[in-house]
Design a protein around this ligand. Sequence first.
Ligand code: HEC
Ligand code: HEC
Length: 471
Amino acid sequence: MHRTACALFLTLTLVVLAGCGAADGDRLVLVDDPAGVLLDDEVMTALNAAGVTALLAPAAEDPALVELGQALFFDKLLSGNENISCATCHHPVAGTGDALPVSLGEGGIGLGANREQAASALIPRNAPHLFNGGVPGVDAMFWDSRVTRNASTGELDTPEPGLNGAAPTLLDHAAPLTSALAAQAMFPVTSREEMRGQIDGGNADDLRDAATNADVWSALMARIVGTSDGTVGGFDGYRALFDAAYPSITNYDDLTFGHAARAIAAFERETWTALDSPFDRFLGGDASAMSDSAKRGAKLFFGAASCSTCHNGPFLSDFQHHAVCVPQVGPGKNAPSEDLGLSLETGDSADDYKFRTPTLRNVALTAPYMHDGAFMTLEEVVRHHLDPQASLAAYDGSLLPDLFAATLDTDAGRNAARAAALSPLHPTSVVLTDDEFDDLMAFLHALTDPSSVSLLDEVPDEVPSGLPVKD
Ligand code: HEC
Ligand code: HEC
């Protein structure tokens, strides 16, 4: 084994005791690959510089919590008009997203790329994938990080003040929210367009008439488990699942939607933690896990193409927010055809058009891309990054499905503002040969965990409410 390779692996803080190539346990193993050693050294040096270390698998979840969470995730009972579930927008058939540029809310019909608008509203943003959202280190949710959890204090910062801070007034709801992922699950049900119900005439009255978020959450728990005295509904199937998941809670009135959200997060984490890509195996010491093309691509990603200025650390995200000249697709967030991103949260115009750097595991499975799904393919979004201002200027939305292409913002003034906001950290032009571009793509494909390619066995046959799960 090459001595430099050993030295570099040592700098990864893992102890290699008796030469590379024959370690076990927690120690790093470098499979003999004499021809590729120099390239491996270069990739390892680049990974070190970008703070990339192997991701730590989360602790296993209680199977009872996971089973409850799976039922809730796929159950349309959680929506006002019983016509949409979490899974509608985060489905196994679409890499835990919905394959649409921006989501279609309640009242839409069907799943994935075939979903039809029908009576639904276009949601302002793209439904992100849920891969690795429960891995320790992910403390922020949404494209603008409007839900965060401080990992050391456990304090939440969310759109519902009652959940936030050291002494939340809605303590019964906040206490079970032991991760940012769990805190996030409180919110889709509070959005009228997404789940709560914007259409009159359905059976959404209990949610529609609720005055506060807490009232929405209580109304949902009344639907799901009912009340202890048996005067209000509930499903026996859910009572049994909650009994198993929370055996210490003996009174149904003591369950809150926080307990439901905690279970949903357990399901998401258990099911969509994906840490076995060729890249992860390479990080684990198997130098043969990535092709030479992917390794050359990694050198570009962490080197000449400057991707790791933002896509760095164990998740290939700095979890910061940057403006990268994304064309505006969809209805707009703060105004028609406008989404100012992070500044809507911070109130600081210096944050205009900033969105959170996405993590990149399984990125080849999670099209469309960006906060509004403006790019339908991985190749397009990578080409955009090579010269974001020129890409914005040339963008015509012609690859988008018609419904979304019709929403493209062509206003010259707003597009000039988007172009001018480009992060100073972002290169204005990166020139790659065709071979180099192919290598960069090979690296991004090496981030795919093979077990994530087909996820259909995660769809349950039925849910306790008896509502349909297959559409
Ligand atoms: C109508 C489609 C829709 C439904 C239904 C829906 N989501 Fe989402 N989800 C989205 C969109 C769009 C976003 C991004 C919104 C934003 O960032 O402003 C999102 C964001 C998320 C995120 C944050 C991911 C990240 O990386 O920041 C998680 C987790 C999530 N949803 C889980 C859920 C759960 C759990 C449910 C059910 C309780 C649910 N979603 C229901 C569309 C939907
Ligand atoms: C200045 C920081 C920065 C740099 C440099 C950068 N990115 Fe990004 N990247 C982002 C941000 C921020 C987004 C999301 C932007 C949005 O949605 O508005 C993003 C989005 C992406 C996406 C889409 C992911 C998804 O889930 O939608 C891919 C793929 C990607 N970047 C790859 C790259 C590659 C490859 C490079 C180098 C050629 C690169 N990035 C350079 C910040 C950066």
